[in-house]
Design a protein around this ligand. Sequence first.
Ligand SMILES: Nc1ncnc2c1ncn2[C@@H]1O[C@H](COP(=O)(O)OP(=O)(O)OP(=O)(O)O)[C@@H](O)[C@H]1O
Length: 336
Amino acid sequence: MGVYAVEARGLRKSFMTREGSALFRGRKRVIEALKGVTFEVRTGEVFGLLGPNGAGKTTTIKILSTLLLPDAGEAWVNGYNVVKEARKVRESIGVSLYSDRGFYWKLSGRENLLYFASLYHIEPGYAKDRVDELLALLGLEEDADRLVEEYSTGMKSKLNIARALLHDPPILFLDEPTIGLDPNSARKVREIIVELRKKGKAILLTTHNMFEADMLSDRVAIMSRGRIVAVGSPSELKRSIAANNVVEIEVVGLSGDNSLPLLGKIKGVLGYATQVADPSSGRGTVRVIFEGDAGLKSVLDVLVDNNLKILSVRTAGPTLEDVFVRYAGERLEGES
Ligand SMILES: Nc1ncnc2c1ncn2[C@@H]1O[C@H](COP(=O)(O)OP(=O)(O)OP(=O)(O)O)[C@@H](O)[C@H]1O
């Protein structure tokens, strides 16, 4: 088990929800968030978990960080079982969950970190130096003594990462570390991730952002509807679809809900994705992944039948986004 920082085997998790209108309030529905998730993160690598909203990324991280129990399956973090050795797991990890910041708004950034350091039983003399070191690493020195209630989203994200690093854990779980950040802050956070990797940390990262995943990850797992559908290095995954052709068709007349289901039925079409660049004119692109080059004419016919005007057709190199479309049969939401 020593070679793996994280090992997940067949993790399953369902949630029971109550939903419905006034008449049917309380109708129970079971949501299968994880349907048997297996992967491993190697020591010292950045592993990107990619998937659209609701794929199960956060549920996976919560199980691995002992915040949730799995219904079935097993997982080890730093060699410790997440159910039977939860305390050892918690000592081995730093977690930055997007949804849970939990800072004290009436304390400064520095005071928050010192408070959490005391919760982690970090010796007070050392804690002060450690907090200074982390404030410098995250570029928060200037704002360290301002109240957290005055912090921007980016500052809070950085503080969240600083907190995850307080006890210098060998393994980090970062859930959407750059979401909501301006480009400069996002770049800074990405640089920090690269630095942490150089220091030998294993990092499990979740993101919607293909560019970020491609740039930072040694390997990525593509997750869709509670399952891992592909795993590999970004270049391996791109190569795995290199024999296929990706064609990008620029069109006018697209709307947000243009799902063009007929495209998926054309022989030779492995996947497709639409993206609206300008909502007022409906200008945008349709990317289609073909097996060989069969079917382009039928694709163009479907677009014309859907009242789309074709501006240009060009072949495009496969991107990680295309890999996602190929394996998950849908496109990622958000920036790419
Ligand atoms: N506490 C809960 N109660 C009910 N359903 C839940 C709960 N937590 C998660 N789910 C459901 O489980 C599924 C997976 O959610 P999860 O948060 O793991 O997805 P995600 O991949 O992290 O998505 P996002 O990118 O939106 O954060 C979703 O359908 C979600 O609604």
